[in-house]
Design a protein around this ligand. Structure first.
Ligand SMILES: Cc1cc2nc3c(=O)[nH]c(=O)nc-3n(C[C@H](O)[C@H](O)[C@H](O)COP(=O)(O)O)c2cc1C
Length: 367
C-alpha cells in the first residue's frame, strides 16, 4: 500500500499537482471526536503557497471539505474523506519538462519506472501532495492536543545561516512571527535576505528544521523494526526534498565519549527523569517521557530559473531552462508538514501502545 501511512490511525493520500483535486482518507480515527473543517483549515493555511514573497507564488486556497466520517460535528469511527480542490494551474510552464528531465527532480525515475508520467506541476512528486497529509494530520494533532501533547517545529538553519540554540519551547506565535518560521528574529531577518537574494539570482537554498515534542508519556514505540525514531525517520524522509534525519544528539553525538553522552537518571519528586537529554526522548525505540526532538534536513529546491545541463527522454544531451512558480527555499513551508508527519506517527504509536499494553494487558495483581 504505497500511498497509505500508519497501522491503526491510517491515512491514504491521492491526487496530483495539476489534477482537479487531491485529498486523503483517514481510517481508524476514534469516534465522538468533535471535528470541523476549520480544525483542518488552520493547519492547511500554514502550509499553503503564496503566503509571502519567499515562497512560491502559486495561489491555492486549499479549502478543505470533509465528505464523510463526521455526523453532527463528531467523528463516527468510519473513514473520513477529505477533499481539496486545485485551482491555480499553469500546465504550459511544464511543456519543456514533458521531454526533458529536471536535474535533481523525480522526472527521470518516474519515467523510467512507470513509462508514463504526469509532468504538469510534477504530478504526484509535487509537494502539493503534502496538503492532503497536513489536512489528515490535523485530526491526529487535535487528539494529541487533548492529551496535552505539544508539537513545535521551526527553522534552525537556512543555507549557512544558523540560529543559536533556544532553551524554551517557542510558542506558535514566536515561530509564525516571520515568514521564515525561525523564532530568533535577528537570524530570521538574515535568512529571509538570503532567500530573497538567491531567488533574484534564479537559484535556491535548503536548510534544517528542528521538531520538538513535549508532554509525551513513557512507552510509545516498539523495540525492533518499529522503533519510534525509525518510524519518525521514515515519516520525515517520505517528505519530498528531505536529505537527512537525526534524533537527539544526532551526528554530533559521535564526537562525545560515553561519559559525556550518557543521560544520568534521577528521581524528581517521584518521577524518573534524566538530567540531560542527548537521547532525544527515546531509549530502545520507546519514548522516555523526556522531550522528543529531531532534525530534518531539506535540500535546495531542484527547479531553479537557470539553464542546466540534462538529457531528454531519448537520452540526448540538452539544456533545460527552469520555468513556473517555485519555492526558492522549501524549508519555511516544510515546518507545518514536519509537524503533521510527527503527529501521525505519535498518534498511531499511542493507539498501538494502548491496544497492546493498556486495553488488553493482563495485570499480575489479578492472577
Ligand atoms: C514544501 C515543499 C515545497 C516544494 N516546492 C518545490 C518547488 O517549488 N519546486 C521544486 O522543484 N521542488 C519543490 N519541492 C521538492 C520536490 O517536490 C522534490 O525535490 C521532488 O519531488 C524530488 O524528490 P526528492 O528531492 O526527495 O528526490 C518542494 C518540497 C517541499 C517539502
Amino acid at each position: 500500500m504505497p500511498n497509505t501511512f500508519g497501522k491503526v490511525f491510517r491515512i491514504t493520500t491521492w491526487g496530483e499537482s495539476h489534477g482537479p483535486a487531491l485529498g486523503a482518507v483517514v481510517d481508524g480515527c476514534p469516534p465522538n471526536l468533535p471535528l470541523e473543517e476549520s480544525d483542518l483549515q488552520k493547519e492547511l493555511d500554514r502550509r499553503r503557497p503564496g503566503q509571502s514573497k519567499i515562497v512560491t507564488q502559486r495561489n491555492e486556497k486549499d479549502q478543505v471539505k470533509i465528505l464523510s466520517g463526521v455526523y453532527q460535528g463528531r467523528t463516527t469511527g468510519t473513514p473520513i474523506s477529505l477533499y481539496i480542490s486545485n485551482g491555480d494551474h499553469q500546465p504550459k510552464a511544464y511543456d519543456e519538462m514533458r521531454q526533458k528531465f529536471r536535474p535533481s527532480h523525480a522526472d527521470f525515475t518516474y519515467q523510467t519506472k512507470y513509462g508514463h508520467r504526469n509532468p504538469e506541476g510534477g504530478g504526484r512528486s509535487s509537494a502539493r501532495e503534502t496538503a492532503a497529509r497536513v489536512a489528515a494530520a490535523a485530526i491526529a494533532r487535535k487528539i494529541l492536543a487533548s492529551r496535552g501533547i505539544e508539537i513545535r517545529a521551526y527553522i534552525t538553519r537556512i543555507h549557512d545561516i544558523s540560529m543559536p540554540p533556544l532553551a524554551h519551547l517557542p510558542t506558535l506565535e514566536e515561530v509564525e512571527a516571520n515568514p521564515v518560521r525561525c523564532p530568533h528574529p535577528e537570524t530570521a531577518q538574515k535568512m529571509e535576505e538570503r532567500i530573497l537574494e538567491v531567488r533574484k539570482e534564479g537559484d535556491s537554498v535548503g536548510g534544517l528544521v528542528l521538531c520538538r515534542v513535549q508532554g509525551l508519556p513513557v512507552g510509545l514505540g516498539d523495540p525492533v523494526f518499529d522503533r519510534l525514531e525509525a518510524d519518525l525517520a521514515k515519516a520525515m524522509l517520505s517528505l519530498p526534498a528531505t536529505k537527512g534525519f537525526a534524533v537527539g544528539s544526532g551526528f554530533d553525538g559521535t564526537l562525545l565519549r560515553g561519559s559525556e553522552h550518557n543521560d544520568p537518571f534521577h528521581n524528581q519528586d517521584g518521577k524518573i527523569r534524566t538530567r540531560t537529554n542527548h537521547a532525544g526522548g527515546v531509549l530502545g525505540g520507546i519514548s522516555s517521557g523526556e522531550e522528543l526532538y529531531f532534525q530534518v534536513g531539506f535540500k535546495p529546491t531542484a527547479t531553479i530559473i537557470r539553464s542546466q545541463a540534462t538529457v531528454d527522454q531519448d537520452g540526448h544531451e540538452t539544456e533545460l531552462m527552469g520555468k513556473g512558480r517555485h519555492d526558492p527555499c522549501v524549508v519555511p513551508r516544510a515546518v507545518p508538514i514536519v509537524e503533521a508527519m510527527t503527529a501521525l506517527v505519535l498518534l498511531d504509536h499511542w493507539m498501538r501502545h494502548q491496544a497492546q499494553c493498556e486495553s488488553f494487558a493482563f495485570s499480575q495483581e489479578n492472577e
